[in-house]
Write a protein that binds this ligand. Sequence first.
Ligand SMILES: Nc1nc2c(ncn2[C@@H]2O[C@H](COP(=O)(O)OP(=O)(O)OP(=O)(O)O)[C@@H](O)[C@H]2O)c(=O)[nH]1
Ligand SMILES: [Mg+2]
Length: 452
Amino acid sequence: MKRVNYDDTICALATGGGMSAIALIRISGNKSISTINNIFSKNLTDKKSHTAHFGNIIDKKDIIDEVIVTIFHKNYSFTGEETVEISCHGSKFIQNKIIELLINSGVRLANPGEFSMRAFKNGKVDLSQAESIADLIESESEAAHKTAIQHLKGGFSKKLKYLREKLIDFASLIELELDFSEEDVEFANRKQLEDLVNEMHKETSLLINSFRLGNVIKNGIPVAILGAPNVGKSTLLNSLLNEDRAIVSEIAGTTRDSIEDQIVINGFNYRFIDTAGIRKTDDKIENLGIERSLSHAKKSNIIIYLIDATQDIKSQLKNIKKLNIDDQEKVIKVINKIDLNEKVSSEINDAIYISAINQTGIDILKNRLCKFTNVNSLDTNNTVVTNQRHYEQLLKTITELELVIKGLKDGLSSDLLAINIKESLYHLGLITGEISSDDLLGNIFGKFCIGK
Ligand SMILES: Nc1nc2c(ncn2[C@@H]2O[C@H](COP(=O)(O)OP(=O)(O)OP(=O)(O)O)[C@@H](O)[C@H]2O)c(=O)[nH]1
Ligand SMILES: [Mg+2]
């Protein structure tokens, strides 16, 4: 992101940009109110914060639109700066025209994420909260929404701050010891330090472990549908999605490329991937498709291995082993086409019996999928880490904490202990933004869209 001046006033469209009933344009900075006064039919200089004003946007003498302007005074807005929001009609012409008028009055177009960046710089949110705004906007399922709201409300940040502050106290005592190093005194009680570091280690590893779930919540749970050609994989995908997404035919080898689509089950987002049927073939393109099927088998959290009830079941079961999947736990065996072979039912005890074409057994399959996601951890107030950047910093934190624990056991001197304690504080600080650099901030906020 470009290095920018934060003293100037910025504007951007906060809504989608297409045609809509209403659109919202945001202005933030010292000159927000004086600028709106230039183009609005009323003067808002002495108006109270959090008041809405109906009037016209005017270009010279022409009325551009009837709008509502809401004003927020400095310190009482999202960014912490004087802010104005214009709710106008959502024609693309009007949206562009108002932005153009603002720019002509000396306001700059905001960079991606600049409103959130200013909120962070002004101490309105910490870094992990600002990042959760992006997650909240992008959340597509109840679970994703719930964790994003929890982060935005500061649940995650509070936990980290609490841990960090405690460790800072100790770090300063250790520093003090360094000042008196010749006198061989211990200000920081080693037993208390050990207890604290152990507690931090426990909390940090809980957060690290929560990422598996967090990642799944944020990005959806990939479920690959695998099996021999013609067993009904594409029919199952269509049946799960309730739409004709993939081509179905009686010709073996219909699906050549992987097809992906998602649905929300029980608050979680599942990404189903229909794959090319696995068999030996000389067809070059089909073989490329089969390679993709095998790669999805490795990458997915869950595999639905589909078996045709009208074919030899034992040999199909044997083919599961040939997939070389490390974690057999993630395979759900599903016997399809039971409408054609009613005798097959309950032949294999841990399998699910369905007829994809008649939608029989689909709910049982969905229930089994839900068992794979630890839904309970969302019902409690446990903090779930959903952000890759936070996860990586937590891993670095725990590595340093382990060095401190080992150092304490080995009776390491204060100066050496201090190094690892400082390092762990540094990595925790990078998550909430107590420690930040322009590059880091540019990297994070640059990924946001304009208007956020
Ligand atoms: N009777 C019956 N036929 C089914 C069922 N599921 C799928 N079929 C039929 O089986 C044939 C193959 O279905 P697909 O869904 O194309 O099979 P596929 O596994 O995707 O096949 P490939 O893409 O070639 O690997 C089609 O004629 C479907 O109508 C079922 O539950 N019962
Ligand atoms: Mg298919």
